[in-house]
Design a protein around this ligand. Structure first.
Ligand code: SF4
Length: 200
């Protein structure tokens, strides 16, 4: 749905010039042993804009490896990384440390079709997302901390924009969260904003 809006014709989230996927080290060990889909990101995969990888590596949390795949034409869906499967969402963690649902990577609003069509997220996807991260956080509290920090970043961004944060709540509802006091207001999909070329 988004690819026609990307000049190179690739879905934005699978375009290495727009997003660099990550994998947990254990996940990378599994992928390395089972598929030739991925390699460690070098920084020269985006021919139009090669970058020095050192800066981005320095900014990447130590438990993650930056990767690049062969591209959407050669995707092997069963060997997608967790980062592919969760995109464009991340687990939203409140200021008082509760994982309450799915928020999204706000900088993809003008590019990702789904962010203008949140009603298309299935209940199955939401349930599996919540179950996966509940399990992950149980086993790996540091990962919970990473998403607590990401959620704080989201609150700062939306606060600056004077907007509330859309949330697919783990209880099945749709809410807007105040980034200042995290008060939840129930809402409906038809009231949500649409972005970029998906406004029409
Ligand atoms: S593995 Fe598939 S879903 Fe993941 S970035 Fe590559 S093409 Fe996209």
């Amino acid at each position: 749905m988004c690819a026609p809006h990307n000049p190179n014709g690739k879905p934005f989230c699978c375009d290495i010039c727009r997003a660099v996927p990550v994998a947990y080290h254990q996940e990378w060990d599994y992928l390395k042993a089972n598929t030739d889909l991925w390699h460690e990101w070098r920084g020269d995969e985006c021919a139009a804009e090669p970058v020095d990888p050192s800066e981005m590596r320095a900014d990447t949390p130590g438990h993650l490896t930056l990767l690049a795949c062969k591209g959407p034409a050669d995707c092997q869906r069963e060997f997608r990384a967790t980062s592919c499967r969760q995109f464009p969402f991340f687990p939203y963690v409140t200021d008082d440390y509760r994982f309450i649902g799915l928020a999204y990577y706000w900088d993809f609003e003008p590019y990702c079709w789904l962010l203008s069509h949140l009603d298309r997220v299935t209940e199955t996807y939401r349930r599996e997302f919540v179950g996966t991260f509940d399990e992950l956080f149980n086993q790996w509290p540091d990962e919970f901390e990473s998403y607590a920090a990401m959620s704080e970043e989201a609150r700062d961004y939306f606060c600056g924009q004077r907007r509330r944060i859309p949330l697919l709540h783990r209880n099945g509802g749709l809410y807007l969260i105040s980034p200042k006091n995290e008060r939840l207001a129930k809402t409906t999909f038809d009231t949500l904003r649409k972005f970029g070329p998906y406004r029409a």
